[in-house]
Design a protein around this ligand. Structure first.
Ligand code: FAD
Length: 481
C-alpha cells in the first residue's frame, strides 16, 4: 500500500483522469489541474476512437455505449471503393486479408505482457521486471508457437511497405493499411519498424467500435468524481516545486502554490522536465537526453463546414458518415511523406475523415510542425492541396465549403501545451518505445526526481485513446510511492 496520501495530477487528458481515478480508489486525496476549460485533452479531437482498454472499463466500472460499428472505406480514384469492417474486407483479397488479420492480431496479442505492465528495466531488474520478461517470452514462444514466433521476429522490425507488398496485390488495400500504420507519426510506409506501429494499433483495435469522445470524457469525469477526485479546469501549472530533491507541489500561472505528497504529470515529457521542472533539478546527462526525443507533429486537422452533404461517386449517402480514407496506394503515401522530410507540406496529402451532419473533420498528412515557409504563409496552400485531392473524389465539394478551419501541429502545441504538437506526445518508434519511452531513466513512470511521475502518452505504451499509460502509471505509483 502506498505511503503517499495526496497527489496532484498535472493535466486532465484521458490518461490523467484514469490515473487519478485509480489513485483515489486506493484512498489518495487527488486533485487534477487542467489548463484548458474542458477535460479530456486530445480526446476531443478524435472523431471516432478505439475504446479504452477493457481492464480500465472493468476496474473503474465504466459503461460506454458504443454506437453502430464504424467501417473504414478506402476511396478509390475510379469510384471503386474498398470497405473494411472488423476482420473483413470486400473484394478478391478478402480471404487473404482475413488470414493476415488473424495472424497479426495474434502477434499484437503477444505484446500484451509488455503493453499492460510497467516496461521492465534492462539492468538492475526486480521481481516484477523478471515476471514481465517471463510472461512476454511465454506469450511469444508458447502463445504464438515456434513457427509464428519466428515470423513475428522477422516482421516486427520491418517496414510496413515490404510486409504489405509480400501479402497483397490491390494498391488501394495496401494504401489504406499503410495509412493506418503511419498516421499521427513522422514516418512513411518505408520507414523501418512501421510494422511495430501497426501492431501496437492492432493491440488496441476494438473491432472498429465507435465511442463518442464526449461520452468517453463524461464517463471518465464521472468515474474520477465518484472515486473522490477533485477536478479543476482553467488551472494551468506553471512550475513543479522541489524541496530537498523531492517534488512537493506545483505553482499555477496565477502564482498560487499547491502541495501534495506526489506529483503526476499528464503533460508531455519535454514540457514536464524542461518547462515545469527546470533542468536545474536534473543531472546534465538526463537533461540532455530528455531534450532529444522526436516530438514534432506532422498531421493537421481541417474542419470544413459544408453548405450541403458531399456526393462521392460510387458511395451511397448512408456511407458518408463512415471513416473515409484517401490513400490510393503506398507510393502515394510515401511520396506525401517525402515532402515533410524537407520541411514542406505534402502537395498531394493523404487523409482520413468523418462527416457529421455537414461538418467534415479531416486528419491530413503530412503537415510538418516546422514548415519551411512558416504556417502563416503556408496554411492557405495546404488547405488548397487538401481540397484539390478531395475534389477528385467528391466533385463540387470545394464550392460547397462555407468555412475551413485548419489546426496545424503548431496550433495543437499551443492548444494542448504539448511540445511539438505531436498526436502522441512523441514518435511511436522502436527507439522511443517500451523501456525507452520517453527516454531511458524515466521509462518506468518514475522520474529522476523523487515524488514525480509521468502518466500520459509520453510514457509507455504511448498514444491513442487507450488509457494504458494512466492505468499502468497508477499501478506503478501504488506499488512504490
Ligand atoms: C487531431 C488528432 C486526432 C487524433 N485522432 C485519434 C484517433 O482517431 N484515435 C486515437 O486513438 N487517437 C487519436 N489521437 C491521439 C490521441 O488524441 C492522443 O494520443 C491522446 O489524446 C493522448 O492522451 P493523454 O491523456 O496522454 O494526453 P492529452 O490528451 O494531450 O492530455 C494532456 C492534458 O494535459 C493538459 N496540460 C498540459 N500542460 C498542462 C499544464 N502546464 N497545466 C495543466 N494542464 C496541462 C493539456 O491541456 C491536456 O488536456 C489524435 C490526436 C490528435 C491531435
Amino acid at each position: 500500500m502506498t505511503k503517499a496520501r495526496s497527489a496532484i495530477i498535472i493535466g486532465g487528458g484521458h490518461n490523467g483522469l484514469i490515473c487519478a481515478a485509480y489513485l483515489a480508489r486506493k484512498g489518495l486525496k487527488v486533485e487534477v489541474l487542467e489548463a484548458r476549460n474542458t477535460l479530456g485533452g486530445g480526446l476531443a479531437l478524435t472523431s471516432s476512437h478505439m475504446s479504452l482498454h477493457a481492464s480500465i472499463l472493468k476496474d473503474l466500472k465504466i459503461k460506454l455505449t458504443s454506437q453502430a460499428p464504424v467501417k473504414t472505406i478506402a476511396l478509390g480514384p475510379d469510384g471503386e471503393h474498398l470497405c473494411f469492417s472488423g476482420n473483413t474486407v470486400d473484394g478478391p483479397e478478402a480471404a487473404r486479408y482475413a488470414a493476415f488479420r488473424e495472424e497479426y492480431l495474434a502477434y499484437a496479442k503477444a505484446l500484451g505482457p509488455l503493453m499492460l505492465n510497467t516496461p521492465p528495466r534492462l539492468k538492475d531488474f526486480d521481481r516484477a521486471d523478471a515476471m514481465t520478461f517471463g510472461k512476454l517470452g511465454w506469450a511469444l514462444r508458447f502463445g504464438l508457437g515456434e513457427e509464428a514466433m519466428r515470423e513475428f521476429l522477422r516482421v516486427a522490425g520491418m517496414n510496413v511497405y515490404d510486409v504489405l507488398e509480400e501479402r497483397f496485390s490491390a494498391p488501394l488495400l495496401k494504401g489504406a493499411l499503410a495509412y493506418d500504420a503511419i498516421i499521427g507519426c513522422h514516418v512513411g510506409p518505408r520507414t523501418p519498424n512501421t510494422v511495430l506501429n501497426f501492431l501496437m494499433r492492432l493491440f488496441h483495435d476494438s473491432g472498429q467500435q465507435r465511442v463518442s469522445a464526449a461520452a468517453t470524457t463524461s464517463a471518465l469525469e464521472e468515474a474520477a468524481g465518484k472515486a473522490g477526485v477533485t477536478m479543476k479546469c482553467g488551472a494551468k501549472v506553471a512550475s513543479i516545486l522541489v524541496q530537498s530533491d523531492k517534488a512537493v507541489g506545483v505553482t499555477l500561472d496565477t502564482g498560487e502554490a499547491l502541495r501534495a505528497d506526489i506529483i503526476v504529470s499528464n503533460a508531455d515529457a519535454k514540457t514536464t522536465f524542461l518547462d515545469l521542472l527546470g533542468t536545474r533539478h536534473l543531472d546534465a546527462l538526463f537533461a540532455h537526453r530528455i531534450s532529444k526525443p522526436r516530438t514534432d507533429g506532422d498531421v493537421a486537422r481541417l474542419r470544413l463546414s459544408l453548405k450541403a452533404r458531399p456526393t462521392v461517386p460510387g458511395l451511397p449517402d448512408s456511407d458518408l458518415s463512415q471513416r473515409l480514407v484517401i490513400a490510393p496506394d503506398m507510393r502515394t503515401v510515401e511520396r506525401a511523406f517525402n515532402a515533410s522530410k524537407y520541411g514542406e507540406y505534402s502537395k498531394e496529402p493523404v487523409m482520413d475523415m468523418m462527416l457529421d451532419g455537414r461538418t467534415l473533420s479531416i486528419n491530413a498528412a503530412y503537415a510538418p510542425l516546422k514548415l519551411k515557409e512558416g504556417w502563416e504563409a503556408g496554411a492557405e496552400g495546404f488547405k488548397a492541396a487538401v481540397l484539390t485531392v478531395l475534389e477528385r473524389y467528391a466533385p463540387g465539394l470545394s464550392a460547397s465549403v462555407e468555412t475551413a478551419e485548419l489546426m496545424t501541429p503548431a496550433d495543437m502545441a499551443e492548444a494542448f501545451g504539448n511540445a511539438g504538437g505531436h498526436w502522441h506526445h512523441g514518435e511511436m518508434a522502436i527507439d522511443q518505445a517500451f523501456m525507452m519511452r520517453p527516454v531511458h531513466g524515466t521509462a518506468q513512470y518514475e522520474t529522476p526526481v523523487a515524488g514525480l511521475y509521468l502518466c500520459g502518452a509520453a510514457a509507455h505504451p504511448g498514444g491513442d485513446i487507450t488509457g494504458l499509460p494512466g492505468r499502468n502509471a497508477a499501478k506503478r505509483i501504488l506499488r512504490t510511492a
